[in-house]
Design a protein around this ligand. Structure first.
Ligand SMILES: *Cc1c(COP(=O)(O)O)cnc(C)c1O
Length: 457
């Protein structure tokens, strides 16, 4: 970046602006570290010097000291990781930029074990013969949702793409205009439908679509109706769409499939948490959806994955499609998904799965935790509002409690928190830095207090 103090001074002078760039050999002597090999060090420094040279081309006027510091930082950056543990004080539970759902301790342990050892992934231990890699997850999912069969892939975007490619390629897929949506960066239903080799037929209007709209568009060429959860927006006012059950009966009367992209994939009802009711996977399947897809790392609260549930014959067709191999989940993910599902089977999701712990935490409990931290720092406790995030339950909020730190410069204080160890992500409101307690994992309370003290000091 440019160094403004030197920019103006050097711009007027007639000296060569490139003279601040040191010789590589002298840099190699100044920046000593035994942590990176000399060849690699030379490579990194050459890259950084090239970058600075291009910036000078464009008018930047860094000082020699800035250049040296940047070279030093480029080498140091290789040792430290940006992917370090972070404390989420934003109040957004499924924060996409912070990695969405943190997994339970048991899930993390299962994933770590799977990563560092062999496992009976595709072997039936009883017979020693080859077994399916989805057997265990399919069994758990059958108990939880009634699904005949399950396939886990890389993420829900892959789940939708693969399902359409496997079941509908070369034919028409009917989507309501209110559901031909874009979710997150780059997942746009019209594009996904065309990438999967299907022709999109849009019906109805943005706010109102009826059974009869689907019916009129149905023909020999129709492979499926596709319902998509409008995950990241809400339409207020006059809105109509058929229920899954209504649409399923139209679909089955005309021999077409009903594929439902649920997005979040609730396994338990969110209504018990003071939130709007999200359709659960079980409800969608029992209402007659042939296939449902959802993410593993939204309301399931597990690792990143896409989960496809539905009729066994359809799942078999999907599994055999060549794309299935391209988007398949690895052993670590499969172990993590299975471990997370076991919490739901045991009825302990609210106690063990971080996303559900956060959804279920009471304001009193959050206030008590905040007060403990306040006693150790000079923060104040204020009311706050958490949201779900991650394209889940848009517009829904939960009352919460935050730590408030008043500082002369909130932006600078927030930056200090972000670059500390661990990193702390906060919100700035009315000039104060707030840390919403709902999204701080309970086990992080102590290190949060330390981080705050460090940043204040
Ligand atoms: C989030 C979401 C997706 C994308 O899921 P990823 O797991 O992020 O790939 C697709 N469809 C809907 C309806 C969603 O909410």
């Amino acid at each position: 970046m440019t160094d403004p103090s030197h920019a103006s001074e050097n711009a007027r002078s007639t000296t060569n602006p490139y003279r601040v760039l040191p010789q590589l050999s002298s840099l190699l002597e100044t920046i000593e570290t035994d942590l990176v090999s000399p060849q690699l060090r030379a490579h990194i420094l050459r890259d950084e010097l090239d970058r600075i040279r291009r910036e000078i081309d464009e008018g930047a006027r860094p000082s020699t000291q800035v250049v040296t510091e940047r070279c030093r930082a480029a080498i140091a950056a290789l040792r430290g990781s940006r992917l370090d543990e972070a404390i989420n004080g934003t109040g957004i539970i499924l924060h996409t930029n912070l990695g969405r759902a943190p997994v339970s301790e048991a899930t993390a342990a299962a994933m770590s074990k799977a990563a560092s050892s062999y496992l009976s992934l595709e072997v039936d231990p009883e017979s020693g013969r080859r077994g399916g890699r989805m057997d265990e997850i399919a069994r758990l999912m059958r108990v939880l949702t009634g699904a005949e069969a399950t396939l886990v892939v890389n993420n829900n975007a892959a789940a939708v793409l693969l399902t359409l490619a496997g079941l509908c390629a070369g034919k028409e897929v009917i989507v309501s205009r209110g559901e031909a949506v874009e979710i997150g960066g780059g997942f746009r239903i019209p594009e996904v439908v065309s990438q999967s080799g299907c022709r999109l037929i849009e019906v109805g209007t943005t706010n109102r679509t009826y059974n009869s709209d689907y019916l009129r568009a149905t023909s020999e060429a129709t492979a499926s109706f596709l319902r998509v959860h409008p995950s990241n927006f809400q339409i207020q006012g006059f809105v109509t769409k058929p229920s899954t059950a209504e649409l399923a009966s139209v679909a089955s009367a005309h021999g077409t499939l009903l594929i439902e992209d649920l997005g979040s994939g609730a396994l338990i009802d969110t209504a018990g948490f003071g939130l709007r009711s999200e359709p659960t996977v079980r409800e969608a399947l029992s209402a007659g959806a042939s296939i449902v897809t959802f993410s593993g790392d939204k309301l399931v609260g597990g690792p990143q994955a896409g989960i496809i549930c539905g009729h066994a014959d359809l799942l078999q067709k999907i599994t055999r499609h060549p794309l299935a191999r391209a988007v398949r989940a690895d052993k670590t993910t499969l172990s993590g998904v299975a471990a997370t599902l076991r919490h739901f089977v045991a009825g302990e999701a609210e106690l063990r799965v971080p996303v559900w712990q956060m959804l279920g935490a009471s304001v009193d409990e959050l206030r008590r935790r905040a007060e403990v931290i306040c006693n150790e720092t000079d923060a104040a406790v204020v009311d706050s509002t958490s949201s779900i995030g991650g394209g889940t339950l848009p517009g829904e909020t939960l009352p919460s409690v935050a730590l408030a730190l008043s500082t002369a410069n909130a932006d600078e204080f927030a930056r200090r928190l972000r670059i500390g160890t661990p990193r702390v992500f906060s919100i700035i409101r009315d000039g104060a830095v707030l840390i919403d307690m709902r999204t701080v994992q309970h086990r992080q309370d102590g290190i949060l207090a330390d981080a705050l003290r460090g940043a204040i000091g």
